[in-house]
Write a protein that binds this ligand. Structure first.
Ligand SMILES: Cc1cc2nc3c(=O)[nH]c(=O)nc-3n(C[C@H](O)[C@H](O)[C@H](O)COP(=O)(O)OP(=O)(O)OC[C@H]3O[C@@H](n4cnc5c(N)ncnc54)[C@H](O)[C@@H]3O)c2cc1C
Length: 562
């Protein structure tokens, strides 16, 4: 059996994973950077076409303190303030470092250009023109990574288990998506940089690989999760017509620049029915817009795809070109002429504020097990400011890579061959037990996504959440019997099975946490508990106890203030 060995193993090669790899390598560690897709080309980073929030102060005066204050305000009292501070404090260094490595941030008079975005008190969001931020940064990081000989990159390997011995991570088991083999990987430290979980929801802005695997792997390894109820739903994600190669949440900046009418399926403006005034432009806040769109659709006044129309037809082509630049031509290539056609938009799962519980070294409570990027919970509390997610990916990636390398240097390997073989034997047995008459894993994935959207989506109730949890637990019991083809190479059923297994664990964590938080705060909205309740100014921590999810409440981590 092939076996791999490294100082630092990184699970997931998006912005956080690649940054972690570079940081670990510059501390002298050997690095194995794995991705279940293509290294540097999967996940959310490459899809993020808009902005990165950092207090560079290039456009107007700004400070780390102000960025921190805005982040804490958005987080509605639940941020881990030490993590938020790390994010705000190190963000500028990472952006300047990326510039040195070749990222061409948009500039004006020699300064990095920064734009305003909701919730930020000053112009703070930098970007690469036009709608090219994520792809440009991913290209820079791929180039850096490929220039460092101590980083080995492997695509199409999905990590399915983190191996832990005596409370310390000793490596992982990965499934080769090509050969169908399980591959043991020996390492002194493991960094979970496998991104978020928005694929759990039928409507999402995610790539195929965002099924919450980091959270499941962390729980199974004995680490804790925090605030899993806080999934951010973006109100005007693109629903139709089909948009290829463009960011489904791209409409937001154009609404700041131009306004855009939000109309129901009968072409009526409707926002003012829901306690907000739109004044002929689209300027309602995100939560009201999401609520109003879903309620109109529920009342039978939605668009054909169950959302609302976003209409720019009152603007001239000249005005549209001024704001959208070459994006207008990319839209035309997709068959969308904004002077003639409104687009359909609606709320969709977009980002996860919750995640793996770590300290400011990005270390979990398991020795040698770290997390980075969207996998980490806590920095953004109950709601995230736009642009903070990419900053988090770069900053936490750099921090995790540095700390994991420094720690792995001090520790001998605690590899246990029998432990690794045991894990592989368990998976092989499970695979053999699958029955031919049962549903396929992909069928259950689709059912889970529908269930999560309908029962644990933007607006929740105790009844809907309880029904979701019951069905998720049934599906977990069904797992061993699902139909999985027997072929070795390119066995898609097998990949889907492992992904479903993780998705179910992550979904159970979200639903269980959402049930316990009987208030509405930030991104967690309970129709049966519509207001905030300050007795819930606490973080919810989840762990597995004897295979069952157990939760407890803890006081948020605050900064010492004079
Ligand atoms: C459409 C879209 C637009 C966005 N726009 C913005 C924006 O403008 N500004 C902003 O700040 N944020 C934005 N975000 C959020 C931001 O992009 C993400 O939070 C951030 O990129 C996450 O980076 P990451 O490295 O943690 O995860 P990702 O970039 O998602 O990378 C995770 C990687 O892990 C891999 N992986 C998953 N499971 C496994 C496994 N079991 N084994 C091996 N590999 C695995 C995946 O294939 C993937 O490559 C956007 C997100 C989306 C989806």
């Amino acid at each position: 059996m092939a076996q791999l060995s490294t100082d630092v193993l990184i699970v997931g090669a998006g912005g956080a994973g690649m940054y972690a790899a570079i940081a670990a390598a510059r501390r002298g560690a050997s690095v194995l950077l794995l991705d279940k897709g293509q290294v540097g080309r999967g996940g959310a980073t490459i899809m993020a076409q808009m902005t990165v929030a950092v207090a560079l102060g290039e456009q107007e005066p700004d400070s780390v303190e102000l960025h921190l204050q805005d982040t804490l305000n958005a987080g509605r009292g639940l941020c881990n303030e030490q993590l938020s501070l790390l994010l705000c404090d190190s963000g500028p260094k990472r952006i300047r470092e990326l510039a040195q490595w070749g990222t061409r941030w948009a500039r004006e008079n020699g300064h990095i250009k920064q734009e305003m975005a909701p919730g930020h008190s000053v112009k703070r969001c930098c970007y690469v023109d036009f709608l090219n931020t994520g792809p440009a940064v991913a290209a820079t990081l791929r180039r850096e990574v490929s220039g460092i000989s101590s980083i080995r990159r492997i695509s199409n390997l999905a990590v399915v288990d983190i191996l832990v011995r005596d409370g310390r991570a000793m490596g992982a088991i990965a499934l080769s998506l090509v050969s169908g083999e399980f591959i043991p990987i020996q390492s002194r430290a493991v960094i979970l940089a496998a991104g978020g979980l928005t694929k759990l929801f039928q409507r999402n802005s995610a790539s195929a690989n965002m099924g919450g695997e980091a959270y499941a792997l962390a729980l199974w390894a004995g680490a804790e999760l925090v605030d899993m109820e806080f999934v951010q739903f973006f109100p005007i994600g693109h629903l139709a017509p089909r948009l290829v190669g463009m960011d489904p949440i791209m409409w937001d900046p154009f609404r700041y620049k131009l306004g855009g009418k939000l109309l129901n399926g009968k072409f009526e403006e409707f926002i003012d029915r829901y306690g907000s005034r739109d004044f002929g432009k689209y300027n309602a806040t995100r939560d009201i817009a999401a609520y109003a769109i879903l309620k109109e659709a529920e009342a039978g006044r939605g668009t054909p795809h169950g959302g609302a129309y976003l209409d720019f037809r009152h603007l001239s082509e000249f005005q549209l070109r001024g704001a959208f630049g070459p994006v207008i031509d990319r839209l035309v290539t997709n068959g969308i002429d904004l002077t003639k056609t409104p687009v359909e938009v609606g709320p969709m799962a977009h980002y996860h504020m919750g995640g793996v519980r770590v300290d400011t070294n990005m270390q979990t409570r398991i020795g040698g097990l770290y997390a980075a990027g969207e996998a980490v919970g806590g920095a953004n509390g109950a709601n995230r400011l736009s642009g903070n997610a990419l900053t988090e990916a770069f900053v936490f990636g750099e921090c995790a890579g540095t700390c994991a390398a420094d720690q792995s240097d001090k520790l001998p390997s605690n590899w246990d061959d029998a432990g690794a073989r045991g894990s592989i034997a368990r998976f092989t047995e499970l695979r053999a037990a699958h029955s031919s008459g049962a549903p396929t894993p992909i069928a259950l994935q689709a059912e889970l996504q529908k269930l999560m959207w309908e029962k644990a989506g933007p607006f929740r109730t105790g009844d809907k959440l309880s029904a979701a949890l019951e069905r998720i637990e049934q599906m977990q019991r069904q797992l061993p019997q699902l139909k999985v083809g027997t072929e070795g190479r390119f066995n898609l059923d097998l990949q889907d099975w492992f992904e479903l297994r993780a998705m179910l664990t992550a979904a159970a964590a979200v639903v269980k946490s959402a049930l316990a938080r009987t208030e509405s705060r930030g991104a967690h909205q309970r129709e049966d508990f519509p207001g905030p309740d300050d007795s819930f100014l606490k973080n919810q921590v989840l762990e597995l106890k004897k295979g069952e999810l157990a939760s407890r409440w803890v006081a948020p981590v605050r900064l010492q203030r004079n």
